[in-house]
Structure formats: structure tokens, C-alpha cells
Design a protein around this ligand. Sequence first.
Ligand code: GLU
Length: 516
Amino acid sequence: MEKEVRVRFAPSPTGALHIGGVRTALYNYLFARKNQGKFILRIEDTDQSRYIDGAEEYISEALNWLGIIPDESPRKGGPYGPYRQSERTSIYQEYAEKLLSEGNAYYAFDTPEELEEMRERLKANRVDTPQYNTITRMQMKNSLTMSEEEVRQRIEAGEPYVIRLKVPRKEDIRLNDMVRGWVMVHSSAIDDKVLMKSDGLPTYHLANVVDDHLMKITHVIRGEEWLPSAPLHVLLYKFLGWEDSMPQFGHLPLLLKPDGNGKLSKRDGDKHGFPVFPIEGHFPGKKGMPEQFDGFREAGYLPEATLNFLAFLGWNPGTDQELFTVEELTDAFTVERIGKSGTKFDIEKAKWYNQQYLKEKSDEDLSHYLENDLKQAGTDPNGINLTKVCRSMKERITFPQDIYNGARFFFEAPDTYDEKMASKKWTPEAVEVLEAFASEAEAASTFDAATAKSILNNIIEQKGVKLGQVMPALRLAVTGSGAGPDLMDILEILGKDRVAHRIRKASEKLPVASQG
Ligand code: GLU
């Protein structure tokens, strides 16, 4: 029997989940669905100093909004829980002890000052990146340089210590990354990473490897920033005797700034005015992050459009198809089609997706957005048919709120008029036609887009003017501006009384332009 595919998304609750993190979650989710496997959410909260209240809730809410629902998680539980690392601390201790007793890890008692001294000394000797490693460890205060007795005494006396990995001196470490192919690192490039901190809590490396093993994770799909840690993780698998069941690694390409110069950051969002978080957040006191911010959700992106956009940030199906439902993405998704190089974050593409998904919505569905916005603004719909308004606006919107913003004139007669337009188009000929149109419209027994048009055409013919001389003025009178949805549709939606009224109001308020 084939092993069940189990993947995990393992964020640290150190603040809001960046949109790049959401992409990682999505790829894991799609991979699990595609392979009839399980998608697990694990909260990596062993670094108490970086822990931020509310971050875990934020992560859950963001994933929930997008429909990236874990099969196992801290909230939902599951057969391999707990899924919050802070609730698993006794487990890590056991494996740290195994590493110690088998000589693959050691105690280190160096104080921060002593570590700093070591770095300074090495820098003075022109070592660019001073490290605690196979060479330097022999000059430090640890269980490799001290007698067993001394180590015992220090521990018994309650002296703070950490547990470090004993990286072998000369060893090639290889891993076959699903995205990048073979990656090879020599052990001399790896430092003796701390596995257990002086507070008795594990570091990311130990906890991550132990949990991936115990939770039977088969594939580790994560951001490229973790690639340098992967050889270290391979070593840990080997030392813990888990090499045979080691998960396959796949490191996702970076998300780049819109101009491709460097990693996408929170600041880019502020600079260019686009969201870099999935949903709004409020994290007072968190350094490097605005206290309060909006996300894709608040900006008006639909979850399905956001998902589709994110899926394409680093992956492509190899065909021209761009619009994918989650089911289609699941079918089409393969790790082989994830790119190796970084992907530029192109917010215009996100907008394009949003437009496409809005267009696919029924007029009825769209009208709920409009209804809400009207309610929020305290605007009375005044009997205007909201579904028809949405139909007329559909092709012109990028976000749901664009309907209300572009359709306010339906609910409130204009008080001001586009001056530039008025100075050119509000001509004596046009005004004459419009006044006649107002009267005939009022008298008409039916008044829809087609009848409005034929009434207007008749008058134009009689007066011997061209449609192009009248239409802009008519638009100006009923909407106040020079551009908008189809004019005849607007007339139908407003109804003859409003139209007639607005024409008369405009003709009272607007000075006639001197030339046509
Ligand atoms: N806790 C790590 C993070 O915050 C997880 C990295 C991994 O997936 O191994 O991204």
C-alpha cells in the first residue's frame, strides 16, 4: 500500500501571515487534495520572545476566508496532536537526550559575552562569518571540552546551558529537492546549531524535524528561505535514525517586489498601495508592522480570485488557461510545474482575476454588495432596481465596492456637473432636444431602453441634429459626469420621471455653452 500523503503548513505566530505564507499554505493544500492526502496546520510557537497574541487566530481566519481548510489543526485536533508546539515540549526533550547520549549533540555553557568575544576574535582573524562550528567549538565552554564531572556539576548548580548539534567535520550532505533538484552542502558550511535553548524549549530546527517525523509528514513544501536549513534537517533525520522515512523537500521560489528587485516586503504594499496580507489585522506593538492594516479581503478581492492569483505566483499549468476553480487547480497542480526562479508580485494580475470572477457572478449576487453598501452609507435605494444597476455596471468594475462608487448617481440626482464636459457639450441645440425629450418621455406609456432611444431618435431627426451632439449632454444631465454605463440602460433604470426631472434641473443650473 502506498504511504498516505501528509503535508503541513507550519507558521510561527509572530505576527500577521504574509501573502507569501498563504501561497505556501495553498500549495500544500492543493498537493494534499491532489494526492488524496491530508493537509495539517501546525503552529510553531516555541520562540516565546517572538510570540504575538492573536497571530494564531489571524492565521486560522485568513485560511478560513480562502477555504484552505486543514484536516488536522490545533482547533480541530487529529490523530497526531497536539498541533501547537508549545504543548509538546516534553517530546522534544526526549529526542534532545537521544542525540546527547549518542554523541550527536552536546551541552554548551558559553555566556552571551563569551560568544561575542569568540566572534570578535574570529573577525580580527579575518573570518567573515564567525561561527560556533566543528573547529571553534573546541575553544569554547561545552561538554566536548570539559570533563563529565564538570558538566554534571554545572547542570546541578543550575547554570544555564543550551544543547547544540554536533555537526560532523567532513561530510557531504545531499538532498533531492522536488523543486530545485539535487542540493549538496558540505558539513563544514553548517554551524553547530542550538537545538535546545536555555529556557528548556527547542529551537525551530529540532521541533520542526521531530514533529514532521511524529506527524508522519511525507512532503515538506515551504518557502525558499528555509533551503539553507534543509541540510541541517537532513543531518537531524540521520542522527535520529529516521533517514528512511525522511520527507521529501520542496522549496518554493521567492515572491519578488513588483520590479523584480528583491523579496516582496510589507513596505512594498505601503509604497504601491496594495495589500500584502490576506485579511485585516490589528497587532499593536509589533515591530516592523503597522498597528492596523487591511488585507486582500478588505480591498475587495474575492477569495476565489485571490486563490487563483496566488496559485499562479510560482506555478503554471503549462497551458493558456488562467481561470481555475479550486477543483480545477487541484486536478492540474503538480510540483514539477513550480518554477525555480522568483516570481514578481503583479497586483494588476490580481485585479484582472477579480474582474473575471466578478463578471461571472449573477446580477442578483452582485446586488447584495450594492445593497450592503447602500445600507452602510444610509442611502435609500428609492425603488431603483439594484439588479439592473449591477448589470449595467458589471463590465466596469474591479471590486464589488466599485458598483456603489460608480452608481451613486442612480440614487442621488447630481448637484454638480463635470465642468469641462458642460462647457463643451451643454449647447443650445442639445438643451432644446433634451427639453423636448423630457416632455415626450413623461408622456410615454412605457419607458425602457429601446423606447427611450426611439423617442430620442425621433426628436433628433425632427430637429436635424446628430446623436453625438446630444448624448453627452443627456448623460451630463442625468449622471453629472461624462462617462459611465450605457446611457439608455441608465434611462430605463432611472425611469421617465426622474429622467425628466433631472433634465429640467440641469437646464436650470447649467449655463449654455457658446458653441457646439
Ligand atoms: N515555522 C516556520 C515558519 O515560520 C516553518 C518553516 C517550515 O515549513 O519548515 O515559516
